[in-house]
Ligand binder design. Sequence first.
Ligand SMILES: [Zn+2]
Length: 144
Amino acid sequence: MARDPEHAPPPRRRNWRAILPPEVYRITREGGTEPPFSGRLLHEHRAGTFACACCGAPLFRSEHKYDSGSGWPSFYAPAEGARLDLREDRSHGMIRTEVRCASCEAHLGHLFDDGPPPSGKRYCINSLSLSFVPDTPDTPEETR
Ligand SMILES: [Zn+2]
């Protein structure tokens, strides 16, 4: 942790390649996708917050997580006050909505309109783009 956050570089200019594990770098900074059913947070059912793997900004909450069957952690809504950046993504011959962390521009996943009520939304997010922080302090924290 920087001792003087006032003079730390802004998140989007940090040297992420040097900071992040290679697999996290590939997903979050190069827009990669982890293989389905590979993510360690797919079956995370504890109460807690899913934060950006790069900058730690809170993005999703356990109460909005559901099993979509897609093989990726899925949420029907972002955490209250989460700063997400939604962009049109025309890669791979599809028009999709890309979901990024608005604080550091990390690629998180995609947003689809086939989610459950009440929102009808499905935030399909890579495990590698998230770090889980359990609400109960004595619950062991997941390591990256
Ligand atoms: Zn971030």
